[in-house]
Design a protein around this ligand. Sequence first.
Ligand code: SF4
Ligand code: SF4
Length: 167
Amino acid sequence: MNLKKFRITAAAGKKSLGVFLDRLDMLVPEDLPVVVAKIDAAVWQKVDCTTCANCCKTMTPTYKKSDVLRISAFLAITPQEFVSRWLHKEEETGDWVNNTQPCQFLVDNKCSVYDVRPKDCAQFPHHNSVPFDDYNETFKNNLALCPATYLLVNKLKKIVERDYEWD
Ligand code: SF4
Ligand code: SF4
């Protein structure tokens, strides 16, 4: 994954894709889940997360109590030690998040706690979360961060504008 090239492409295209996502809120085709699933499958033929890891480098997951318990057990440390070493509570949201980016668990571009990673990471980039359009704000924020989301929304825009009444 050439992240430098992706950033240039995303910077140029994210505005129009953001406008599309805003308008999608008003349209929401009935067969959207089927269309999204098809595009998503094609996206993962092109994108290899192990050569990217941009989410782990630039964002933080949110940690639920169950995540802290599971990962600290895996690391053989106490949950208190886990929290004091790596996390803080975000003032605005009350979410537990990483102190630093890249994520402390990213080692050689791979997740060193992959099998027990936070649920938030396991669900990222939320392409299969339902309903899809509930995540429009998330997708908008991630257009310039996640190559897979950028490709998905770009392709979705082309298909929706071609196949559906849009005005
Ligand atoms: S989910 Fe997106 S940002 Fe994260 S590694 Fe995969 S393509 Fe990159
Ligand atoms: S826990 Fe793993 S998957 Fe999640 S941000 Fe950290 S390195 Fe990435």
